[in-house]
Design a protein around this ligand. Sequence first.
Ligand SMILES: *[C@@H]1O[C@H](CO)[C@@H](O)[C@H](O)[C@H]1NC(C)=O
Length: 261
Amino acid sequence: MAHQIALVVLLLVSPAAMRAAAAAGACAGEKFPAGRAYATCEDLPSLGASLHWTYDAAKSSLSVAFVAAPAGSGGWVAWGLNPTGEGMAGTQALVALKGGSSSSAPAVKTYNITGYVPLGGTSTPIAFPATDLAADEGSGGKIRLYGKLQLHKGMKSVNQVWQVGSSVTGGAPDKHAFGAANLASKTKLVLGSKATAATAPASEPSPAPIAGGPSPSAGAGSDSGASSSVAPSASKNAAAAAGVSAPALAVLALVGFLAIV
Ligand SMILES: *[C@@H]1O[C@H](CO)[C@@H](O)[C@H](O)[C@H]1NC(C)=O
């Protein structure tokens, strides 16, 4: 009985709950074109971005796919490594620019970012020789930027920086916004760390449902105990995400209860 109530509450709030669940391991659900596979993925902590990568320690070669939505449909996304600092200045960046034409694939350029100065329309050399540069468009208007960087021998961890912008002028990325999320877009990339790899949900049930329909685990009998124990906090979070007030949720739960008894 208890788990049936939990199930009803879960179903009532399922779209929000599903979105919350999908947001949790979002990078694991990314479907790349054939031939593009990465050992590890990491949801980055701001701008809804993720990094997928494979590090070949013997060759100091890092293959990456950076995925993020530009701030506008004709905008750009960028990701890079900063071997000399934490912020934007010093970043050796890969930039994918959508620009005006909606049909063609985004162009990819490299920039040695020296500071807060406008970038030109032409690539500049970066400290990590970059090959296999390409970009395509993923779901939800996201741009997926691919490349392979030749790192320095023995690099174990390095600062990474990413950014999104809304427009492109003359083949150059225009200045990005300076909101909290734009300023928070930097972390450390730990190469070849088993601990980091383990945080990527390897056995995430795929594909992650986005909205509607019962969750796979709620339907599985063996999971019902776990479902009912997580339901209260999950539905509270879901309510917060969906903007549903606590009294409204209580009414929903009561309706669910009455429907069962
Ligand atoms: C990047 O720019 C800095 C500052 O101008 C310069 O010292 C460095 O050599 C440049 N790196 C490359 C790879 O050109």
